[in-house]
Design a protein around this ligand. Structure first.
Ligand SMILES: [Zn+2]
Length: 325
């Protein structure tokens, strides 16, 4: 098929039209030939600066453009880091302000390895926090290589991006991605899914069962999943489960210490005292049961076959509690 007149324009002119038009992302979307011509750092940077660093008139259109930008092949972790460095190095903080402009706690250089080490607050937000669009599906599934984990964690920590729950594929991939991380025994990724409601619903008994039975009961993963399930409402009798009990029984019979450990954790969670407490409820008082919780140290044992219990502080929950991002 022959090229249309606009496709035949020299790069300089095409680039000018693209930049003057917004940049309007419909232009590269209209033709592979045009997209190929506009594939250069200059155009990428102009596009990101336009849509990712300032508030535009139409939030809906801006959000749509942001979603598109993050789904592009060129939007790699490497490119995004370069963009962030180039954009915010001059002010010396991810909040996008110099100290003269009101930054009181400079965060620089960005911690790209583990974004959760950067402490933001409601009065000192990253400039990227206004980015409100869909997380690209490329970051929601395995294989869980380092760059993908760092990229996903950074976006969750500094922006308001969420999974597109209306998109069947995105929903399916996010769930599969979480299960893959459990099977891979990748605690970092499991924690991301467990502690971020933007990546899916809180784990319930079915997910706990999956971490134990299919996932081989990696204790750090099981503990984190159980602890999150409890935080989000699974309490007392909700923890009764024949399959988990059978699993523990079988492992104890085989001499596997995981069996005894899990049995104890389940017993701790199933404990219910009361109703003994009195809770205030809109002026009235009502009896309230006190539900058990897991003791981190009880029943713990040494590292057996690489299954050492690691309990990491829940930084994500702290941020939620503070009403942060
Ligand atoms: Zn700052």
């Amino acid at each position: 098929m022959s090229l249309s007149p606009v496709e035949q324009l020299p790069l300089e002119l095409l680039q000018d039209i693209f930049l003057q038009s917004g940049p309007n992302l419909a232009l590269p979307a209209a033709s592979h030939h045009i997209a190929a011509k506009l594939s250069n750092d200059y155009c990428y940077h102009a596009t990101c600066t336009e849509y990712l660093t300032q508030n535009l008139d139409s939030r809906v259109e801006q959000s749509r453009a942001q979603t598109r930008i993050f789904s592009y092949k060129w939007m790699t972790w490497e490119y995004f880091q370069a963009f962030v460095n180039k954009t915010y190095a001059s002010c010396g903080c991810l909040c996008g302000k110099t100290q003269d402009e009101g930054c009181f706690d400079p965060i620089w250089p960005p911690d790209f390895q583990d974004a959760t080490n950067m402490v933001f607050s409601r009065s000192h937000l990253p400039a990227l926090s206004f980015i409100k669009c869909r997380l690209p599906v490329k970051l929601l599934h395995g294989p869980w290589e380092r760059s993908k984990i760092h990229f996903l964690r950074f976006l969750l920590w500094t922006t308001s991006m969420t999974v597109d729950w209306g998109n069947h594929d995105a929903r399916k991939l996010a769930l599969e991605g979480k299960k893959q991380a459990i099977l891979d025994r990748n605690l970092e990724v499991v924690e991301l899914f467990n502690h971020n409601r933007r990546l899916g619903k809180a784990p319930g008994l079915d997910m706990v069962r999956f971490t134990v039975i299919q996932g081989g009961c990696d204790r750090s993963i099981v503990y984190d999943t159980m602890s999150t399930a409890r935080t989000w409402g699974l309490r007392g009798d909700g923890w009764r489960d024949l399959k988990l009990d059978q699993w523990c029984k079988q492992k104890i019979a085989e001499g596997d210490p995981k069996g005894k450990w899990l049995k104890l954790k389940l017993e701790e969670l199933r404990t219910t005292h009361g109703p003994v407490g009195i809770a205030e409820n809109g002026g009235e008082t009502e009896p309230r049961a006190i539900f058990g919780y897991m003791h981190p140290k009880s029943g713990d044992y040494d590292n057996v076959e690489g299954d050492k219990l690691v309990i990491t502080p829940h930084k994500w929950n702290q941020l939620c509690a503070e009403g942060g991002l």
